[in-house]
Design a protein around this ligand. Structure first.
Ligand SMILES: Cc1cc2nc3c(=O)[nH]c(=O)nc-3n(C[C@H](O)[C@H](O)[C@H](O)COP(=O)(O)O)c2cc1C
Length: 255
C-alpha cells in the first residue's frame, strides 16, 4: 500500500476524539469511498483487518466510558479485528486502524477509538469472523456535534519521551517524526510510548511493559503510523522491525 503521506500527515493535526455526533447517516458516496479504502488497507497487513458497520454503535457500547462520558449519536463505526496468533497483532491493529481514522478525518469525519468499553462479542456477532480472530477495538465515526476543547492536544513534551542522542544531534527528520508520534491518540491518553533516537533510527518502546499487554501495544501501533508519516513528510523513507518487550519496533532510515 502506498501511504498518502500529505493527506494523512495533515489529518494528524486535525484529528481529535469526538464523543457527541449529529445522528446523521453517512452518505452512500462516503460509505463507498471508505469501503474502497478499507479494501486496500485490508490487503496491506497480515494480521489485522477492518470492517465498516453503517449502523449505530449504541448497542455495542458499554455504559459510561472512562472520564469522558458516553459516546452519543454516531451512526457508523469501524471494527478493528486481529488474528490473535500473531504476536504483533496489537501493533498491526493500531497501525491499520489509525490509517482508517486518518482517512476518515481527511474526509471531514470525526472519530473516537474505543478500546475497552465495548462488547467485543456483540460486534463479532455482526461481522464474519475467521477462527482465531478477535475484535480488538472499534472506532465510532460520524459528523461532530462538539467543538475541540481549547488548547493543544494535551501531550507530554518530547523531552519527557525521548532518550538516546541529545536533541541537537538528532537526524534532520527526527523532530518532525517524533512530533507526529507524540500527537497519536492512546487509551485514556496514557501515552505509553517512549522513543530512543539514534543516528539513523528511532526505536519505540513501552514506558511500563508490565501494565497490560494489548492496549499499550495497540497505542504504539498508532504511534508507529504517526512517526512514519512525520518521517516520510520529511523525505525519510524507512523500514520497521518489530522488537521484543519492552521494545516495540524500530524505524530505520537508509542513508
Ligand atoms: C486504543 C484506544 C482506546 C480508547 N478507548 C476509549 C474509550 O473507551 N472511550 C473514550 O471515550 N475514548 C477512548 N479513547 C480515546 C482517548 O481517550 C483519546 O485518544 C485521548 O484522550 C487523547 O485525546 P485525543 O484523541 O482527542 O487526541 C481511546 C483511544 C485509543 C487509542
Amino acid at each position: 500500500m502506498e501511504i498518502p503521506v500529505e493527506k494523512w500527515y495533515k489529518a494528524i493535526g486535525k484529528r481529535r476524539s469526538c464523543r457527541r455526533y449529529f445522528p446523521q447517516y453517512l452518505s452512500q458516496e462516503l460509505v463507498y469511498h471508505l469501503w474502497h479504502v478499507i479494501t486496500g488497507l485490508n490487503e496491506s497487513r497480515r494480521s489485522a483487518r477492518i470492517e465498516l458497520l453503517t449502523e449505530s454503535p449504541d448497542p455495542v457500547l458499554k455504559g459510561i466510558i472512562g472520564p469522558f462520558g458516553k459516546i452519543k449519536g454516531a451512526r457508523a463505526y469501524a471494527a478493528f479485528i486481529g488474528a490473535t496468533e500473531d504476536e504483533h497483532v496489537a501493533e498491526e491493529t493500531g497501525y491499520l486502524g489509525e490509517c482508517f481514522i486518518l482517512e476518515a478525518t481527511a474526509n471531514g469525519l470525526a472519530t473516537c477509538w474505543v478500546g475497552g468499553s465495548f462488547n467485543a462479542g456483540a460486534v463479532a456477532g455482526l461481522v464474519k469472523m475467521a477462527p482465531g480472530e478477535k475484535v480488538l477495538a472499534i472506532a465510532t465515526v460520524g459528523f461532530p456535534h462538539e467543538k475541540h476543547p481549547a488548547g493543544g492536544h494535551n501531550r507530554k513534551p518530547l523531552e519527557k519521551l525521548c532518550t538516546g542522542l541529545p536533541r541537537e544531534q538528532w537526524p534532520s527528520w527526527a523532530e518532525g517524526a517524533l512530533e507526529a508520534a507524540r500527537l497519536a491518540p492512546s487509551a485514556c491518553n496514557r501515552q505509553p510510548w517512549r522513543f530512543h533516537v539514534a543516528e539513523n533510527s528511532i526505536t519505540i518502546y513501552l514506558n511500563n511493559p508490565q501494565k497490560g499487554k494489548l492496549l499499550p501495544r495497540l497505542d504504539c501501533g498508532i504511534a508507529m503510523l504517526h512517526l512514519e508519516l512525520g518521517a516520510l513528510s520529511r523525505g525519510a523513507r524507512g523500514t520497521w522491525e518489530y522488537l521484543d518487550s519492552p521494545g516495540v519496533a524500530c524505524y530505520t532510515v537508509a542513508d
